[in-house]
Structure formats: structure tokens, C-alpha cells
Write a protein that binds this ligand. Structure first.
Ligand code: NAP
Length: 241
């Protein structure tokens, strides 16, 4: 019998999620990817990836996407919720539309995903949410994103407790500042300031976050944990902005 695993990775088409897909398929696992648009880069192991076009903020879309995954795979061992959007703006500037977009994708999406998959998960399964340092530390201009990621931390810890009796583990992995499409708009002086606040003095690579997510997925006695992989950002004092 094969001991390869079946994964579902939301936001797997790009960035951190994509690195998780590549890491899982490199070891022989199969992955279903949820994203609204197709991946633009080729997969290294395309025969182990299925893409299902799903909007994580839409409950009907998530429900039909999850049903398709179970039809195709039969079961799921690891569910990674990496879908996310960022919309910045200090309190006087952030629109209600951007607030709703961020909360719907980053927080309500995690709820929709959990309630669609959890009833069908078996003992031993792992659910991993991708949080952010700004869910724990005040960063100016991140009122919506920080609120959504703080909410994701609460959701993770409640689910960890609720699902522990079923031996389903739920954890939160917190990347620091990682070079992806999401962060590519930050350039020049603003970027220099962020990098200067990172004790290790550099940004992270998606593969470095994926490595931690794979480790958390494989850790049988870890649940409700908040695992930062951020070059020390959570541990440092931030500069005045
Ligand atoms: P990214 O490169 O912008 O990728 C975002 C992914 O989410 C894409 O696959 C995107 O695909 C998908 N997505 C966005 N909205 C979606 C929706 N409504 N339904 C389904 N999929 C959706 O971002 P990233 O930097 O890899 O971020 C991945 C996760 O890490 C996010 O949760 C982010 O908040 C978190 N994070 C990132 C950083 C960082 O520095 N990059 C730091 C901390 C935390 P489509 O657009 O095609 O739907």
C-alpha cells in the first residue's frame, strides 16, 4: 500500500501555496489546488496536481470544489489554507469594499473551507492555516489584513480544541515578509524599512515557508500551535512608522 498523502492547497497556484504544492508532489504526494485562475507556471510533477477553479470566499464554490476533490482523491490527509489577498490603507483611507474583500478571502474563506472539509476528514488529518505576523503585531496600514489574520489565529485555536478528540490537528504557520506577487508592490524605501526590521536582514523565500508547512503536516503531536517562520520578525521591536 502506498503511504503517499492527498493534499488540498488553497492559493496553490502562486507564491507560498505553490511552493507547498511543489514540496508535496516532490515527495510523491497528490495535491488539489484551489484558486480562481489557472497557475501560470508549469508544475514539476503535473501528473500529481489537479487544479480546481474555486473562489474561497464563496460557499457554493468551496462546497463544489471540496466535493470534486473527494470524488477524485477519495480522502484528504492535509489541507493547507494559503489563499489570501492584501489590501492596505490606514483607517482613514481603507474602503469598506477593501475591508470586505480582505475579511471574506482571508478569514471567512478559512471558515468556509473548514466547514466543507472537516466532516469528511479522518483521524490523523492535518489542517494548516497561513497567518501573518501582522495578525499579532500592529503594523500601520494593515487594519483589514491584520484583523483577518488575528481572526484566523482564533479560528485555528478553537478548531484545534474542537477537533482534537477526532485526532485532527489544526495549526497556524506565520510567514514573515516573503517575496511573492502579494509583496511585489512594496519597493524602494518602504521595502528597505521592512527588511531593516527583520533580524535576519532578508526576506523569506516561498520554499522556506513550504518546508515548515510540510514539517507541521508531518508532526503527529502538534495542534493549536502558532509557528512563526519569519527571520525573527515576531521577536523584534518594530521601528516607529
Ligand atoms: P500570492 O502570491 O498573492 O498568492 C495568493 C494565492 O491566493 C493565489 O494562488 C491566488 O490565486 C489565491 N487566491 C486569492 N484570492 C482567492 C480567492 N478568493 N479564492 C481562491 N484563491 C484565492 O500570495 P502569497 O504571498 O503566496 O500569500 C499566501 C498566503 O500567505 C496568504 O494567506 C498570505 O496572506 C500569507 N502571507 C504572505 C506573506 C508574504 O510576505 N508574502 C506574509 C505573511 C502571510 P487567484 O488570484 O487565482 O485566486
Amino acid at each position: 500500500m502506498s503511504d503517499s498523502k492527498n493534499w488540498l492547497v488553497t492559493g496553490g497556484s502562486r507564491g507560498i501555496g505553490r511552493a507547498v504544492v511543489e514540496a508535496a508532489t516532490a515527495r510523491g504526494d497528490r495535491v488539489a489546488v484551489f484558486a480562481r485562475k489557472p497557475a501560470t507556471e508549469q508544475w514539476t510533477h503535473a501528473d500529481r496536481v489537479i487544479e480546481i477553479h474555486t473562489d474561497i470566499g464563496d460557499s457554493a464554490s468551496v462546497g463544489s470544489g471540496v466535493a470534486e476533490v473527494f470524488d477524485r482523491f477519495g480522502s484528504l490527509d492535509v489541507v493547507v489554507n494559503a489563499a489570501g489577498v492584501h489590501r492596505g490603507g490606514r483607517i482613514g483611507d481603507l474602503s469598506r469594499q477593501h475591508w470586505d474583500e480582505v475579511i471574506t478571502t482571508n478569514l471567512t474563506g478559512a471558515f468556509e473551507l473548514a466547514r466543507a472539509v472537516v466532516p469528511r476528514l479522518d483521524a490523523g488529518a492535518a489542517l494548516i492555516n497561513v497567518g501573518a505576523v501582522v495578525g499579532f503585531r500592529g503594523f500601520p496600514g494593515d487594519v483589514a489584513y491584520g484583523a483577518a489574520k488575528a481572526g484566523l489565529s482564533g479560528l485555528t485555536q478553537v478548531l484545534a480544541v474542537e477537533l482534537a478528540p477526532r485526532e485532527i490537528r489544526v495549526n497556524l504557520v506565520i510567514p514573515g515578509f516573503v517575496d511573492t506577487d502579494m509583496t511585489s508592490a512594496l519597493t524602494g524605501r518602504a521595502r528597505e524599512k521592512v527588511v531593516a526590521a527583520i533580524p535576519m536582514g532578508r526576506t523569506g523565500r516561498p520554499e522556506e515557508i513550504a518546508q515548515v508547512i510540510v514539517g507541521v503536516a508531518d508532526s503527529p503531536y502538534m495542534t493549536g500551535s502558532i509557528v512563526a517562520t519569519d527571520g525573527g520578525l515576531m521577536s523584534s521591536f518594530s521601528s516607529r512608522s
